[in-house]
Design a protein around this ligand. Structure first.
Ligand SMILES: [Zn+2]
Length: 299
């Protein structure tokens, strides 16, 4: 039987400018670069990935909501607001919303069956209201972290996650009997056919997952486990996250890459990695929505 993943696409729900210290790390105290840093890396994508599986239309993450720039109450308290407005500089237009991006790429938002939410940061859940029929899948650890005190201080907004009608499902990682994924020993086989596996890669946020696709060449969506693949390979840590957990998750990803040298590692906010993904044989031509719609129509 042919492998069940038929096509991949990338959607962009806007871009963000981040402090260089956020992406590349810094010996400075984070407070210094957050409030005094001047140098930013501009135009980083706020990505959503589309997986056309034979039996389901699946997203990896749900992007950001345009409300992040239009709603003065987006951040629920003044201290969080002061931090977030200094950490992030967003460029998000109304037409960048997930529903509109899906439509432009030739997909009906109501046709999305599942969305894997790698972690519950606001820029990965912002479009869940646009995909009303999707089962929203995240790890039990990510969900429990959200239920702890003051998740908003870590950019996790319960208001935008526990929305009416949202069909959340928390998954537990189980033992995987799949030698190709070593050193990962635990994961979750989303479709039951081994084509899409959630793997635990904590460090950026509690319960963060990566998504492995068994295609040729194989792909690992690592979300915010790193902002630049080359820096992860060189073990240069970013300005955020839990260092020890990041180090463990990075070591696993590097070992997987050693075992599968053609593995394509794709962070959510790395422009170069998105470009490499778009060169994958299964990828539709990035933002060439017209070509995409024609292909869909031609089925
Ligand atoms: Zn994040």
């Amino acid at each position: 039987m042919t492998q069940p993943i038929q096509r991949l696409a990338h959607l962009q729900t806007g871009t963000v400018d981040l402090h260089v210290q956020h992406v590349e790390g810094s010996p400075w105290n984070a407070l210094l670069w957050i409030f005094l840093g001047r140098e930013r890396i501009e135009g980083l994508p706020l990505s959503v990935f589309v997986i056309e599986h034979r039996d389901a239309l699946i997203l990896v993450d749900a992007g950001i909501s345009p409300r992040v720039v239009t709603d003065p109450e987006f951040w629920p308290d003044p201290v969080t607001r002061a931090f977030m407005n200094n950490i992030f500089r967003f460029h998000v237009e109304p037409e960048d919303a997930l529903g509109k991006q899906l439509s432009r790429a030739g997909y009906a938002p109501e046709d999305v069956d599942k969305a894997i939410i790698t972690h519950l940061h606001f820029d990965h859940v912002g479009g869940i209201a646009d995909i009303p029929n999707a089962e929203l899948i995240t790890s039990r650890e990510a969900w429990e972290h959200m239920l702890g005190p003051h998740p908003e201080r870590e950019a996790v907004l319960r208001r935008d996650i526990e929305i009416p009608g949202a069909k959340w499902r928390q998954i537990e990682y189980g033992l995987i009997e799949d030698a190709t994924l070593k050193p990962f020993t635990h994961g979750h086989d989303l479709m039951g056919d081994g084509s899409i596996l959630l793997l635990p890669t904590p460090g950026h946020l509690d319960g963060s997952s990566s998504v492995f696709l068994r295609v040729d060449p194989p792909i690992l969506f690592v979300a915010d486990l790193c902002y630049r693949t080359d820096l992860m390979i060189k073990e240069r840590f970013p300005g955020t996250g839990e260092h020890d957990l990041l180090a463990e998750s990075w070591a696993r990803v590097r070992a997987l890459k050693t075992r599968l040298p053609d593995l394509l590692i794709v962070p959510s906010h790395e422009e170069a990695a998105v470009a490499r993904l778009l060169a994958h044989p299964l990828a539709t031509v990035g933002h060439d929505r017209h070509a995409n719609v024609e292909k869909k129509g031609g089925r």
